[in-house]
Design a protein around this ligand. Sequence first.
Ligand code: DC
Length: 223
Amino acid sequence: MISIALDGPAGAGKSTVAKGVAKELGYIYVDTGALYRAVGLHFLRKGIDTNLNCDVEAELKEISIDIKFVKNEQKVFLNGEDVSNEIRTPDASMMASAVSAKPPVRAFLLEMQRKLARENNVLMDGRDIGTVVLPNATLKFFVTASAEERANRRYKELIEKGMKVEYSEVYDDIVTRDYNDSHREIAPLKPAEDSIMFDTTGNTLEESIELLKTAINERLESK
Ligand code: DC
């Protein structure tokens, strides 16, 4: 099986680019952030705040997370309920970042991600795919873009979905999440030593898809 790890900060365009590339290559696109978001949603629904002053392990015992692919599109389930849309709110984003810093949460989701890569050709999008989840991935990319550009893209996405948000709020969230994700003790966001840098700043979506697909194909041919 071929596994391609795509790590990088929030809003770098990983998901849209990776979806496009996965479709063209015939791989499945796995959005691992959705798993952390689904776990976060449980805490949010319980009225727990991002300080997580609670027994995290006990909470995890109350939930099951599943991923299913419907027409190649990933759906995420929390205790059997499809929460694929609800996990996209700004509150769910902040909670995902908070729970992802907790070692029991990372351990809880690890095997599910590895199993997907054992059974399918995958393009797996996350923060620690190349460093922790799939250290032997066939290829590893670290996808990034400037914070302003990432905030702009995320802002447009949310507005298109009909959500009421301010640009400044989205920008601040991006900067805070970058800091949290790269400073946590466990599995922090950082490029794997053998990863290839891929900067999408200034590219259109189509350009990034084409560039990433070419980079993948060239490297797979030379393997
Ligand atoms: O990719 P995303 O924005 O949907 O991710 C939501 C949060 O989950 C993000 O703040 C970091 C965390 N995350 C992680 O720690 N490890 C992953 N493999 C994927 C996401």
